[in-house]
Design a protein around this ligand. Structure first.
Ligand code: G4P
Length: 532
C-alpha cells in the first residue's frame, strides 16, 4: 500500500447525532479523552458552566450556553485518524445540521435509555437514512432508570424501519446496573461505581455458562434474567451482517453510560472495526474513488465572522479523494477558475491549525473571499469539470417577516441578509413587487431567527422588526408562460413569495390551506421545495 493509501485507509469520518441532553457532548468528550486529544473531562462541555464547549465560538453560543454551529474534531486512536463532525445539540435546527451529515461516512446516534427516540433524533435519522450511511446506536445513561431494552430496540426498528443488532446486553439499570454482556466475546463486563471516570476498564471474563462465577458477579436473579434475555435475543433477533450494517439497514446497538465512562471504549473499538474508510462519492455519472490520488472536495458549510477580529469567512470542505497540499493550485468548478486555497486549516474545534496536507475523509476550512457556495466542487486541475452531486436543500418550516428599522442602513441590511443567506443559515423570500426593505425569512429551526438578529446587529450594525408568521409549509409553484401566479385566488392565510431567482413559491399555515388553494385554482401545480 502506498503512503497515500495508508493515510486514507486509516481515516474514519462520522457525525454524532442526538436529541439534546441524550449525552452527545459527554460521549464525544470520552472519545476525545481516549484519543488523548483533550486532557480533562469538561473541556467539551457545552453547558452553561465555566468551561465552554471547545466547539462553541460564537458569542451567542457562549451567552446561551449552547452549541449552535457544528464543528469538526480530529484525533488519533490507535492507528486510526478520526474526524468527528459535531452537530448542534440544541432544540433548534438549521440546515447546517443536515448538511454536516452530508460530509459524514457514518453516524452515531445517541439515545437516552429512559426516553428512547425523541423528535430531533427522528429528524436527523431521516437524513442519514436518505444517504444509506451506516448508523450506530449508543443507548446511554444505563446508570439511571431505563426503559426495557427490548422495548427500545422495538421502537428503533419500527420507527426507523431498520434492523437492530445489540452488540452487548445490559444487566439491570439505574441503581441495579451491573454491567453489560458482550455478545461477541461472550463475556460480562462488570460495572462498578469504582469505574467511574476511569479511562480504561478491563472486562471481567466470565463465560455465560459459568453459573457459579456469574452468580458471584451479578447475583443469581440477574444471572437467570440475563441468560433468558440473551437466549431470546440470539433466537429472535437479527443476525449480524456487516454488509447490511454498511448499507445502513442494520444498526449495531451498544448499551452504556457515557458519564461513568462505561462501555465507551468497547463501543469505539467495535465501531472502528465495522466502519469503512472514506466512501466513494457521486459526481453525476461518475463515482469518485477516495483512493484516487487526485484531490477533490466539496463545500458543505460556510461560516462568516468566526473570528470577529479577522472578519473572515471560512468554507468547510470535505475531502473526497486524494491528498490536499498547501500551496498547490486547485480548480473551483463553479467559479471556473484555478487558484490556491489560502490558509488551509484543520479544526480541533476552537483551535485552528494551519495545515500542509490533508487526506480524503478529512475536513478542511479555507479562507473564502466570497466565491464559494454550499455544494461547490474544488479539485485537482486535471479533474477540471468534476462536479459533485448537489447537496439537498431542506425546506424551511418557520417563517417571519423581517423589516429593517433604520432606512439609512439599507445597504448594510441587504449585505448582512445576503451574506447569512449565502451561508445557508436562512432563506430569504420576497413579496412580489416589493423591495428588499421587507423580506420573508424562512428557517429550519426557530433559533436561527435569534442568530440572524444577533449577527446582523453584531456584524453589520443593523436591527430589524420581526413578525413571526403562522406558516409552516412551503411549496414551489410550477409555472409556464400561460400561468401567472400573481392572479391566483388565495386564502388570507396563504402567501405568494419569490426567491432570489424570481421563482414563485407559496407558504401555507397547514395542509388544509394547500388543499383549499388547489381546489380554488384549477391548473395550479405545486411541488416540493427541493424539486425543480
Ligand atoms: P447533549 O450533548 O446530548 O445535549 O448531552 P450532554 O452530554 O450535555 O448530557 C446531558 C446531561 O446528561 C448532562 O447532565 C450529562 O452529565 C448527563 N449525562 C450524559 N451521559 C450520562 C450518563 O451516561 N449517565 C447519566 N446519569 N447522566 C449522563 P447535566 O446535569 O445537564 O449537565 P452537567 O451539570 O452534568 O454538566
Amino acid at each position: 500500500m502506498t503512503d497515500l493509501a495508508k493515510q486514507i485507509n486509516r481515516r474514519r469520518t462520522f457525525a454524532i447525532i442526538s436529541h439534546p441532553d441524550a449525552g452527545k457532548t459527554t460521549l464525544t468528550e470520552k472519545l476525545l479523552l481516549y484519543g488523548g486529544a483533550i486532557q480533562s473531562a469538561g473541556s467539551v462541555k457545552g453547558k452553561a458552566s465555566d468551561h465552554h464547549a471547545t466547539s462553541d465560538w460564537m458569542a451567542l453560543e457562549k451567552q446561551r450556553g449552547i452549541s449552535i454551529t457544528s464543528s469538526v474534531m480530529q484525533f488519533e486512536y490507535e492507528d486510526f485518524c478520526i474526524n468527528i463532525l459535531d452537530t448542534p445539540g440544541h432544540q433548534d435546527f438549521s440546515e447546517d445540521t443536515y448538511r454536516t451529515l452530508m460530509a459524514a461516512d457514518s453516524a452515531v446516534m445517541v439515545i437516552d435509555a429512559a426516553k428512547g427516540i425523541e423528535p430531533q433524533t427522528r429528524k436527523l435519522f431521516r437524513v442519514c437514512a436518505m444517504r444509506h450511511i451506516p448508523i450506530f446506536t449508543f443507548i446511554n445513561k444505563l446508570d439511571r432508570e431505563s426503559r426495557d431494552p427490548f422495548d427500545l430496540l422495538d421502537e428503533l426498528e419500527h420507527e426507523f424501519n431498520i434492523g437492530t443488532y445489540p452488540m452487548n446486553w445490559p444487566i439491570g439499570c439505574g441503581q441495579d446496573f451491573r454491567g453489560v454482556y458482550d455478545r461477541e466475546k461472550r463475556e460480562v463486563l462488570a460495572f462498578d461505581q469504582f469505574h467511574q471516570g476511569r479511562n480504561r476498564i478491563s472486562g471481567i471474563h466470565c463465560d455465560i455458562t459459568d453459573t457459579e462465577k456469574l452468580d458471584e458477579l451479578i447475583g443469581e436473579r440477574r444471572r437467570t434474567e440475563l441468560v433468558e434475555q440473551v437466549e431470546l435475543v440470539d433466537v429472535a433477533g437479527y443476525e449480524f451482517d456487516l454488509e447490511r450494517v454498511r448499507r445502513g439497514e442494520l444498526s449495531p446497538v451498544f448499551f452504556g453510560s457515557a458519564l461513568t465512562n462505561f462501555g465507551v471504549e468497547p463501543f469505539l473499538e467495535a465501531f472502528l472495526r465495522m466502519t469503512t474508510s472514506p466512501l466513494p462519492r457521486r459526481a453525476g455519472e461518475e463515482t469518485v474513488d477516495p483512493f484516487d490520488p487526485h484531490f477533490s472536495a466539496f463545500v458543505f458549510k460556510i461560516q462568516a465572522n468566526m473570528n470577529k477580529a479577522h472578519r473572515d469567512r471560512i468554507a468547510f470542505m470535505r475531502i473526497c479523494s486524494g491528498e490536499f497540499e498547501r500551496g498547490v493550485e486547485y480548480f473551483h468548478t463553479q467559479g471556473g477558475k484555478a487558484f490556491r486555497l489560502s490558509q488551509p486549516q484543520q479544526m480541533m474545534a476552537q483551535e485552528r491549525e494551519v495545515i500542509d496536507r490533508a487526506y480524503a475523509g478529512d475536513i478542511i476550512g479555507v479562507f473564502d473571499p466570497g466565491i464559494f457556495s454550499i455544494g461547490d466542487t474544488v479539485c485537482d486541475v486535471s479533474l477540471k469539470g468534476l462536479r459533485f452531486d448537489k447537496i439537498p436543500t431542506f425546506a424551511p418550516e418557520h417563517f417571519a417577516m423581517v423589516e429593517q428599522t433604520d432606512s439609512m442602513k439599507r445597504k448594510q441590511f441587504q449585505k448582512g441578509m445576503e451574506q447569512i443567506a449565502q451561508e445557508g443559515a436562512i432563506q430569504i423570500f420576497f413579496e412580489p413587487g416589493r423591495g428588499m426593505e421587507r423580506v420573508i425569512v424562512g428557517v429550519v429551526g426557530v433559533l436561527q431567527f435569534e442568530v440572524l438578529e444577533y449577527r446582523l446587529k453584531d456584524e453589520y450594525g443593523v436591527t430589524f422588526y420581526r413578525t413571526n408568521l403562522p406558516h409552516q409549509i412551503i411549496r414551489r409553484v410550477r409555472t409556464d408562460k400561460d400561468f401567472d401566479p400573481t392572479k391566483l385566488t388565495l386564502g388570507s392565510d396563504t402567501r405568494l413569495v419569490q426567491d432570489y431567482h424570481g421563482n414563485y413559491l407559496l407558504i401555507f399555515p397547514g395542509n388544509w390551506a394547500i388543499d383549499w388553494a388547489l381546489d380554488k385554482n384549477p391548473g395550479l401545480e405545486l411541488c416540493e421545495f427541493d424539486e425543480m
